[in-house]
Design a protein around this ligand. Sequence first.
Ligand code: AMP
Ligand code: MN
Ligand code: MN
Ligand code: MN
Length: 280
Amino acid sequence: MSTLSRRYDLHCHSNQSDGILSPEDLVSRAKDQDVSVLALTDHDTIAGLERAKKQAEIVNIDIITGVEFSCKWAGRNIHVVALGFDETHPKLLAQIESQTKMRDIRASEIAARLEKIGFKDAMARAQAQSGGAVIGRPHFAKAMVAMGFCSSVDQAFKKYLGAGKPGDIKQIWPEFGDLLPDVVEAGGIPVLAHPLKYKLTRSKLSQLLEDFIEYGGRAMEVVSGQQRQQDTHDMARLVNRFDLLASCGSDFHAPSKPWSELGRYSEMPDTVKPVWQAWE
Ligand code: AMP
Ligand code: MN
Ligand code: MN
Ligand code: MN
C-alpha cells in the first residue's frame, strides 16, 4: 500500500488505561475503520502493547510502539506521546514502570481527598471501574456517576477532578525536561499531545515548544480528533514555525462517542511534515 493512502491513528487508549476496549478489540476496530498504522498510547503504561501487536498481526495492520506520558511543565500537567521507541530499553522501561506506580500512589491520594468530601470507598469503587488497569481520574468520575454522587462524568470533572479541584493532583509527575531525554535515548519520538487542550496563550505555547525542543521534542499533534479547520491551520503554522514534525490521532477512548472514532480526525494539511517521515 502506498504511504499516501495509509491512514495513521497515532493516539488512542485501551482498557489498560482509561479506554473501554481491550487491546485486541481496539486493534480490530481500527482495522474496521481503515486504519493501517496504529499507535496504542495508553496513559503511563505499555501493558497493552504485546496484545495489540499480536492482534495486529492477525488483522494485518502496523503497530507503532506508543505511550502517553503525564508530565509537568511550568507547574502544568502536560501530555507527551512517545512513538516508535524500543520497548525493551531499560531506562525508558524503568521510567514507564515508575509512572505506572505513580498512578497508584496518586489514585490513593485522590481517593483520600474524595473520601474527605463524602465519597465513601473511593479507592475500591475506582478499582472496580478500572478492572485492574492503571487508575485515572475517569475511573473516579465513572464511580461517582455510578453512585449517584454526580450526574455525569463531565460534572464529576467540573466539580471534583478537573484542574484546581480536590482530585487534581499533578505534583507527582516528572518535569518533562527529565522525561524527554529518556524517550530520545530509547529511539522514540516525543510528540506534544493535543496542544490546544492546555488553554495556553499563544506566547505560553511558544515557550512550551521552545523548552520541548530543547529537551529533544520532535513533533506536535497538529490534529487531535475532530477539530475546527481554523485550529488545524493554526497548529500547522506552529509546527512549521518550530520545524517540528506533525502528528495526528483520534485520542479514542470509547465507541460510544462518534466524534472520537478510531481513524476519524480532521485532515492534516499537506504543508506539514508528517511524523511518520521519521520512521518510513
Ligand atoms: P488522568 O489521566 O488521570 O490525569 O485523567 C485525565 C484523563 O481524563 C484524560 O486523558 C481524559 O481521558 C479524561 N478527561 C479529562 N477531562 C475530562 C472531562 N471533562 N470529561 C471526561 N473525561 C475527561
Ligand atoms: Mn484519557
Ligand atoms: Mn491526553
Ligand atoms: Mn490520550
